[in-house]
Design a binder for this molecule. Sequence first.
Ligand SMILES: [Zn+2]
Length: 325
Amino acid sequence: MHTHILPEKLPDFAEKFGYGDFIHLVHEREGFANMMKGGVFFREIAKNCWDPEVRIREYELYRTSVQVVCTIPVMFSYWAKSEDCLDLSMFLNDHLAGIADDYPERYIPLGTVPMQDTDLAIRELQRLKELDFPGVQIGSNINGLNLSEVRFFPFFEACQELDMAVFIHPWEMMGEADMKKYWLPWLVGMPAETARAACSLVFGGVLERLPHLRVCLAHAGGSFVPTIGRIEHGFNCRPDLVAVDNPVTPRHYLNKIWYDSATHDPQLLRYILEVVGDDRVCLGTDYPFPLGDLEIGAFIEQMGLPSETVERIFYKNTIAWLYGH
Ligand SMILES: [Zn+2]
């Protein structure tokens, strides 16, 4: 689980909608494309970002047979007018549905929804359910708002009701403007964003009120699990600040959430397995991006874990997260 895919060609959404720095692709040399955010270069992507056959050949090298695919967070476009974001989301979701239809044994899709408008997000969620998607991917914040905001609760409620899994991916990282150098938004901002999302769902009582909601956090939960001691201590020493919406200790939720395995660090993965349980960690890679675990699962195989634990990480936990069994 946790891989990203895009259509090879994107419509010119900025021209279609008449505003905004929507992502478009410029194909200048064979096998590569530049992702442009308005006029600004965002990232170069290669054929393995859009060609399902190339991907299959690449991930088979690591004896992986199925990928859970979702869009690249920069495509969320929550900043756009909600109707336009719905339009864009439907385009991406129809592409994902096509890949899953063409390669039903190879790809499992997670959709994207216009989170800036809860009603439209639920409407698209319902359509995704009809298209047989097992879940959706959403951002760690919605235009700067935390996931604990009351306005998002009906969306999470609908996810629980429709039995749709939720993957939370960091994006629009806090502090980005102040730390452009050294790739800090990716190295420091992303783990913090993920902890922000997790703490919001925990302290906001979302997970407490929706005990059957199945949430998975990208990048092994970012800094959430490594700093749970501090988070719990804060909850205990300043309940007046922290325990205002939910009286249950945050540690209680560690085993209610799923996490991908993208730690790049066997020691950290061992710690996470110990504190969240080996039924909660899913093989996640962030493929095909360079910051991902591109030697899919190799470090996990070298950790000397019991074979039942490896099996759980490699597929059983992902199935449990996606389908609830
Ligand atoms: Zn990712």
